[in-house]
Ligand binder design. Sequence first.
Ligand code: ATP
Ligand code: MG
Length: 430
Amino acid sequence: MLQHLRKHLIRIYTIIAGIILTVVFIITALFLNYQNSRSQYEQFTNHVFMIQNKLQNDNIISDSWLSNLEVTNHLIIWINDNGNPLFFPGMFVSKTSRSVLMDKMSALIEKEGISLSSRPVSADSIQSDIYIIKGDHRDKYYGTAMSIATNGGYRSFFLFQQIDTNSKDMFKQRITLVLINILGIFALFLLIRKLVDRSLQPVKENQQRQTQFIAAASHELRSPLAVIRTNNSLHKENLNEYENCERIIETECKRMSRLINDLLLLASGDANTWSLQKSEVNTDTLLLDSYESTISLAKKKEIRIILKLPDESLPTIEGDYERLLQILTILIDNAISYSEIGSSIELSAKIEKKTLSLYVIDHGIGILDEDKKRVFERFYRVEKSRKDKSHFGLGLSIAKELVTLHHGTIKIVDTIGGGSTFVVTLPRQS
Ligand code: ATP
Ligand code: MG
């Protein structure tokens, strides 16, 4: 499922990024194309201007000047001096013959109503529009015609410039752009794959945790169910065992219902549906109530709970009274469970600048350093506690989630002389 999502996301993101990159490259290619044709057009107008100047000011137009101009700039020049064509055979060899281009151009200027066979009257010069003329071999040319008044009469000329649409440079440029585009898409693919993997990592971990959680929960639910079924059939077979079986079934039912309650609590925590009924909680009352609610349990194990309250009243806490009581009950319950008969537990509080720390100190079996973090994991129980079937390993994970909901922290330190001390630190109010 996750693997499928990963592939899907990588594919979608790569396609989107690829499309964006390709569009950018196409725009770049079009822009370069536009720039290229613009610069060719500008060159053409410069040549028109240059030839016009030359014809206006110089008496002699040398063949070498014309040849050089034609060859280096891919031009076709045809000049008429006072109605007499200049004898210049042309040096640039165009794909389409000169005569064909001249015919096409003559037809165009005729349509425009421009005559090159007489001196311009109203101005120094008359020029036709600049045309793009298609040759016979998919070649194209800029073309124009002009008549210029001179001292001795008039001169006119046709000028064509081959438009380079597929020069080697442009081809190289396009190939380079395509290659960069392909490399870019590949690089983006690698980057996207990394980013998708990184962003799916927490989801993957969460999914693993959920799977483990469900496996552990099912496992824990199976054992009381098995006991209930066994006792149920036992009491059917042997009616004398009725009372004993009923007692066992009731105990197991209680165990199961406690587990289900814990699981539901954690599940709603995961779904973020825990709602806190916040109010100003009197910390003295909270400690006193947690003491009272656990005293009978402690008495069963002959454990003394000592409540140490300072003389002045403790600052209040903003929180959910029931949930806070639940945290302390979980900790005291653990302290009782993991202490020897006849031991003692202290409940105390310490006021700090912005916080209030609540202490549950026991002198029991203690928790090794390597287990101190792990005991807050769901279903984690230290090796030596595993034999005790009345526990599931959920208490501390519930307590930790509740503390976090109250913007507090919970930690374990060793009690001097042996045992564990749980410290819950919460923001204080007054
Ligand atoms: P549950 O609370 O669900 O009945 P549990 O007590 O085993 O079961 P937690 O309260 O989460 O679960 O505690 C996890 C484990 O941490 C315990 O199994 C025990 O090994 C260890 N532990 C917790 N509190 C203490 C303590 N005060 N002293 C020593 N070990 C403790
Ligand atoms: Mg517990």
